[in-house]
Design a protein around this ligand. Structure first.
Ligand SMILES: Cc1cc2nc3c(=O)[nH]c(=O)nc-3n(C[C@H](O)[C@H](O)[C@H](O)COP(=O)(O)OP(=O)(O)OC[C@H]3O[C@@H](n4cnc5c(N)ncnc54)[C@H](O)[C@@H]3O)c2cc1C
Length: 488
């Protein structure tokens, strides 16, 4: 069992680690290496200028692999997504009862399919997703993360059905060009009923607060909480799992292990996505306990996800990596900022608590860059692996410069970058041109099941100051350049 008793040395490290939580907000020069008592940080005084590694200025080089028609369609879609009233109406319709009327639903889904769905999703099934992998790999040298985009299953039958598709997805990766698929991605809420994940999260929280509270079913795991983790979800002592619930949890484990085993055989690693904090402890528990079983021989097959918008992100990342190192397990993490901000704020506020999210976006940026820095230092020291999943140009450039400073080769598979399909093309191409391994997160599935994903993308891309701003500007610049070049 992973222990919750923190040694004085670890506590000292944690203090150093959390001190940088309050350090200066993100800026290209502000991100300093994390400070550890056990291992002195690598000196970063000779910091490479971030702009010298990743070049986003030369738009003709950046978008060279994109035909003009495709570039124009992408620019139009991103411009439409940035128009607030249009997104408001679209989001209202997608969430409204109107979607229960067959005719209207068909009309709405039809128009979403030709616009947002085609822009942000890789198709409705694994075959279409496979074709998207070949397109981005052959055309642009980008790898594909295959994501069967279902979430929030309610019962074992739907979890079993979802499992079948995940297994077929791994199988399909074997028939695609070597190296073209970087990861298979799973959302645990697709293979374990969400009510059970909520119960398990409650029990894990209570066990953390009261170590005398024994969980007989609990497997070996890395630490899931830190003292700054949110505990307001579990205000009273939860009942132990009933025999049926224990059985269902066992089934959830088995489903994940079947996917892990298949990934191991196909030699494609598995990424476990992070979701809302009310179920995240159970998700981490399942991911970590499986990683302990499968991440053998310095080969991280299973990656967890850390959401840097959470106040406890740094501490949890630190505790989990420390524990993994001590157990001799090679652990990989995907680092994201986090996509569930509105639901987190809504839940915490409804319960009368402060949201678990940093108070400002600058703190989230600083946390992301610090966590990235921490993982890069681990990689330079020969342990761990990281996928820096971000559309933030500053974070991308900064990590590339830091990797350069630390002597991490761009083809070192333990460092990868990733962006969502249809987003942040400029950063993807800039990082690829600099030699890094870059993937696109290719979400696929029946359109009606991808509505939650599309709603999150709509929220993220809305407004003229959204994360698609850089892409919109650079794409327009390149389109104008091509137009001028075409006119004699
Ligand atoms: C490959 C890939 C995989 C992903 N997997 C996951 C996943 O498993 N789980 C998940 O949750 N998300 C996931 N995401 C989504 C990701 O979290 C969002 O794309 C991300 O939030 C956008 O952040 P950014 O790093 O691109 O930076 P930016 O666009 O610069 O930052 C925006 C983010 O900052 C944070 N933020 C905004 N306002 C505030 C505020 N006032 N205070 C504090 N923080 C704020 C929010 O997280 C917001 O999304 C994934 C993204 C990618 C690219």
């Amino acid at each position: 069992m992973a222990t919750r008793v923190i040694s004085p040395k670890l506590l000292q490290n944690l203090r150093c680690f959390t001190r940088s939580l309050n350090s200066s907000p993100s800026s290209i020069t502000a991100v300093s290496p994390l400070n550890f008592a056990e291992k002195p940080p690598i000196d970063s005084t000779t910091t490479t200028s971030p702009d010298s590694i990743v070049d986003l200025d030369d738009v003709s080089k950046l978008f060279a692999s994109i035909p003009t028609g495709k570039l124009l369609r992408s620019a139009i879609n991103l411009h439409m997504a940035a128009i607030d009233p249009m997104v408001d109406v679209g989001m209202w319709v997608m969430r409204s009862k109107l979607m229960e009327t067959v005719v209207l639903r068909d009309v709405v889904l039809g128009s979403i399919k030709r616009t947002f769905f085609e822009h942000f999703c890789a198709g409705e099934d694994v075959e279409e997703a496979g074709r998207a992998v070949k397109r981005i790999w052959g055309g642009a040298g980008l790898r594909g993360m295959l994501v069967y985009g279902v979430e929030n299953a309610n019962d074992n039958e739907s979890c079993d059905r979802n499992l079948e598709v995940f297994l077929r997805t791994v199988e399909s990766a074997k028939s695609l060009p070597p190296s073209s698929v970087s990861f298979i991605v799973v959302k645990i809420t697709a293979i374990c009923p969400i009510v059970l994940l909520e119960r398990v999260s409650d029990l894990l929280r209570w066990e953390y607060k009261d170590p005398s509270f024994v969980l007989p079913w609990k497997l070996n795991t890395f630490p899931i909480f830190s003292d700054s983790s949110p505990f307001y979800h579990t205000l009273k002592k939860p009942d132990p799992l009933a025999p049926q619930e224990e059985h269902d949890l066992q089934l959830g484990h088995q489903r994940l292990q079947k996917i892990c085993q298949k990934c191991l055989e196909a030699n494609v690693p598995l990424l476990v996505d992070a979701e809302d904090t009310f179920v995240q402890p159970a998700i981490d528990y399942l991911a970590y306990s499986s990683a302990i079983m499968y991440n053998k021989d310095n080969n991280p097959i299973i990656f967890g996800t850390i959401q840097a918008y959470l106040k406890d992100a740094k501490q949890r990342l630190f505790l989990a990596t420390e524990a993994a190192e001590k157990m001799g397990v090679s652990m990989g993490f995907k680092l994201v900022r986090g996509a569930y901000m509105s639901s987190e704020v809504r839940l915490a506020s409804s319960l009368g608590f402060e949201p678990p999210i940093h108070k400002s976006i600058q703190e989230t940026h600083a946390c992301y860059n610090d966590c990235a820095s921490f993982m890069l230092e681990k990689i330079a020291g020969g342990s761990g692996a990281v996928v820096l999943a971000t559309h933030n140009v500053e974070s991308g450039k900064l990590a590339a410069a830091k990797a350069h400073d630390l002597g991490i080769r761009t083809d070192n598979g333990r460092l990868q970058f990733a962006q969502l399909y249809g987003m942040s093309e400029a950063l993807s191409f800039g990082l690829r041109n600099a030699g890094f391994i870059v993937s696109k997160y290719l979400q696929f599935g029946p359109i009606e099941r991808l509505i939650p994903f599309l709603l999150r993308r709509a929220e993220e891309n809305r407004g003229f100051l959204s994360s698609s701003t850089v892409d919109r500007q650079l794409m327009s610049k390149e389109l104008k350049r091509r137009l001028k070049a075409a006119i004699p």
